[in-house]
Design a protein around this ligand. Structure first.
Ligand code: FES
Length: 101
């Protein structure tokens, strides 16, 4: 099953875009080297939206305390973050970014 997250054009290369699915799930959608990725938008360290952060070397930098996560794996890679965030399988088809599964 796939579910539409946003238009392809909503997520520029090297950028992150917040998608609120309206059912409690809020995702951060990324484009890195032409590939799309998605994680939970909420930082595992506090009440921060990762979509407000900056991408550096394949990692998202939380805007609150500058902790980092690997965008591809969700692994916490920089203090104070120590708990991984969830990642989601996404694909791109017909001008849209889709959640798979
Ligand atoms: S809330 Fe994200 S690093 Fe603290």
């Amino acid at each position: 099953m796939t579910e539409r997250l946003c238009a392809s054009g909503d997520v520029a290369e090297g950028e992150v875009f917040q998608v609120d699915l309206g059912d409690g799930r809020i995702l951060a959608v990324y484009r890195l080297d032409g590939e799309v990725f998605a994680t939970d938008d909420l930082c595992s360290h506090g009440d921060a939206s990762l979509a407000d952060g900056e991408i550096e070397n394949g990692q998202i930098v939380c805007p609150y305390h500058m902790g980092t996560f690997d965008i591809r794996t969700g692994e916490a890679t920089g203090a104070p973050c120590s708990i991984a965030i969830r990642t989601y399988k996404v694909t791109e088809e017909d001008g849209a970014i889709m959640l798979v599964g």
